[in-house]
Design a protein around this ligand. Structure first.
Ligand SMILES: [Zn+2]
Length: 75
C-alpha cells in the first residue's frame, strides 16, 4: 500500500498484504471500507489469520497503527 509502506502491526517490515480487521466472511459489507483495512507484512498477516482461525479479533494487533486519510492530504 503506497500510503502505508510499513506494516501497521509490527511497524518494522514492509507492507506486503492488506488485512481486513473485520474478516470479509463476517462483514462482506466492509470488504472495501478503508477503516477496515490495515497494511501488514507477510509474517503479521499469518499471525492475524491464525487468530481468526481461533475466532479471535485482530484489531488489537493494530492498536498503534495510525491510519492515513484514504486519498492523502497536502501534508
Ligand atoms: Zn508486520
Amino acid at each position: 500500500m503506497a500510503l502505508h509502506p510499513i506494516c501497521g502491526c509490527c511497524n518494522s517490515q514492509l507492507t506486503r498484504q492488506t488485512h481486513h480487521l473485520e474478516p470479509v466472511e463476517k462483514r462482506p459489507d466492509l470488504a472495501l471500507a478503508w477503516d477496515n483495512l490495515a497494511p501488514v507484512c507477510t509474517a503479521c498477516h499469518a499471525r492475524c489469520n491464525a487468530l481468526e482461525r481461533r475466532g479471535e479479533a485482530t484489531a488489537q494487533l493494530f492498536a498503534g497503527f495510525i491510519r492515513r486519510p484514504q486519498f492523502g492530504g497536502l501534508d
